[in-house]
Write a protein that binds this ligand. Structure first.
Ligand SMILES: Nc1ncnc2c1ncn2[C@@H]1O[C@H](COP(=O)(O)OP(=O)(O)OP(=O)(O)O)[C@@H](O)[C@H]1O
Length: 247
């Protein structure tokens, strides 16, 4: 009982589960993905929950379904955005159940790195670009516009879902993003992040869920491929390059 009340007080969303009994068939996408066919419930961290896994593991499919189930536009953006240029989202959101805490977020945003350009166009068309910083998002580089979003548009006390936020960011900016993430978390924000970044993943107040052919499993930072591969490479990049480029 004590655990439930701390869950409902500290989270905006504390659990994601699948309506398994309603799923028509596990033979077709997205239910055929191991990430989904093995999914029962996932406990979210009150601060940051990361999803990692190989390309094609199903991270975007899962975070997109969570985002749509929460009420976001599939393309991304804030909850008020209702434009549509994306038709390819899966039906998974209809089978996702979000268990929410008692408090409601004051702010929310779904960032899809791959379609942020379309979202930026929509922001300019709506004439609400000022909340994203002084310069037009399209007059900024991809990485600069991402940082403007995190610095100017994310207000705190928020529920944020980010799909590969590192996509356009230099290593230095990824470190800046960790600082910004921490500021927002300290201001009662909760994040769900799909990432490949060994830097971002190091954020300590988090759960890391690894998705592979066996499903979804919680791991520590040091157990991730991201940590181990980066560490091996940096510690012995010449030796690794010799192996990788051997004729
Ligand atoms: N509309 C679709 N119909 C059928 N298969 C799809 C569809 N969308 C995605 N897939 C497949 O589902 C799998 C998971 O895709 P998803 O984009 O969720 O992976 P991901 O883990 O986010 O990968 P990445 O790290 O490369 O972004 C991939 O094999 C992909 O080809």
């Amino acid at each position: 009982m004590a655990e439930i009340s701390s869950l409902t007080q500290n989270h905006y969303v504390f659990e994601v589960s699948l309506k398994r009994n309603d799923i028509p068939s596990y033979k077709e996408y997205p239910f055929s993905l191991p990430a989904i066919s093995n999914l029962h419930e996932i406990k979210l961290h009150p601060k940051v929950t990361f999803f990692i896994g190989e390309n094609g593991a199903g991270k975007s499919t899962l975070v997109e379904a969570i985002a749509i189930a929460f009420g976001f536009n599939p393309e991304g953006g804030s909850k008020h955005f209702s434009f549509s240029t994306r038709e390819s989202h899966s039906e998974l959101y209809k089978y996702i159940v979000l268990r929410k805490g008692v408090k409601r977020p004051r702010d929310s945003y779904f960032l899809r790195a791959e379609s942020f350009y379309n979202v930026a166009t929509n922001i300019e068309d709506l004439g609400v670009g000022a909340v994203y910083g002084e310069r037009s998002l399209h007059a900024q580089s991809h990485g600069e516009s991402f940082m403007s979003l995190f610095l100017n548009r994310f207000l705190g006390k928020g529920f944020y879902i980010l799909d590969e936020p590192e996509a356009a960011l230099s290593p230095m900016r990824q470190l800046s993003l960790i600082s910004r993430l921490h500021e927002l978390v300290s201001n009662n924000s909760q994040f769900i992040i799909a990432t490949h970044s060994p830097l971002l993943l190091a954020y300590p107040d988090s759960y890391i869920y690894n998705i592979d052919d066996n499903g979804i499993k919680k791991v520590s930072y040091e157990q991730t491929d991201h940590f181990m591969i980066t560490k091996s490479f940096v510690n012995n990049y010449k030796g690794m390059l010799n192996e990788l480029t051997k004729d």
